[in-house]
Ligand binder design. Structure first.
Ligand code: HEC
Length: 209
């Protein structure tokens, strides 16, 4: 813990001094990488669990380099690359069980320090960013409210596919989205994503009441 706070203090000093100089920070990216890696100690998970997640893929690199506003050509390249990662249910059915979907949307379990080694499936933590139904008063506002999602779209089957694609890989339709790529990054299973589509698209779901 001591090591972690010292590293963070060192990082914020670097940031503050370069901001004062009002110029592009002259920080060696290799030093920043090394400081970030050092901030993830061996406890409770071994480095091989963290290290892969600290290495940005091509899309993350392009989003970071452009402060999440990539030029048109890169925007299109990200959409194409991310769309190609989406795998669809073999039977073409996008709607699972909305009750299970609600539990997944509520659960923030998974991928945290304290979740290693993991003992149950990851959650989607959708409420952290979205309002989904009127009864749940605890929700975040980083994402748009999803109240009445299916009803507003006349429960059209084509819309279920669009919702599935959004959950599977948010960047496929909105490059540099702040929403996690639940399928592409293997956070949720296909079945869990179908349950979430049912939560959004089923007429019985509290989202559409
Ligand atoms: C860290 C915040 C965050 C989390 C967690 C998150 N989202 Fe999002 N979501 C966003 C943002 C921001 C947008 C708008 C940009 C975009 O479309 O990618 C969005 C957009 C969406 C949209 C498209 C809305 C529209 O009007 O077209 C859907 C559907 C959606 N999210 C569903 C979900 C579901 C289901 C979950 C949980 C599995 C989830 N989101 C988790 C931030 C988040």
């Amino acid at each position: 813990m001591k090591k972690l706070s010292l590293t963070l203090a060192a990082l914020s000093l670097l940031v503050a001094s370069s901001a004062m100089a009002q110029q592009k920070p002259k920080v060696d990216p290799a030093r920043v990488d090394a400081a970030i890696k050092a901030a993830f100690p061996e406890f409770p998970a071994p480095p091989e669990v963290w290290q892969p997640r600290l290495t940005p893929d091509e899309t993350m690199k392009q989003c970071s380099a452009s402060n999440n506003s990539p030029p048109k050509a890169i925007f299109a390249a990200i959409e194409k690359r991310e769309m190609a990662t989406i795998q669809y249910p073999a039977d073409g059915k996008f709607l699972g069980d909305w009750k299970k979907g609600e539990a997944i949307a509520q659960s923030g379990y998974g991928l945290r320090f304290t979740d290693y080694p993991s003992t149950r499936p990851n959650g989607g933590n959708c409420y952290a960013c979205h309002q989904l139904n009127k009864a749940e008063v605890s929700y975040g506002t980083i994402g748009p409210p999803l109240l009445g999602y299916g009803k507003l779209r006349d429960f059209k089957p084509a819309e279920a596919k669009i919702a599935y694609e959004k959950i599977y890989d948010s960047h496929a339709t909105f490059p540099c989205s702040l929403m996690p790529r639940f399928g592409t990054n293997k956070i949720l299973s296909m079945e869990q994503m179908q349950d979430l589509v049912a939560l959004l698209m089923s007429p019985d779901s509290p989202v559409n009441k």
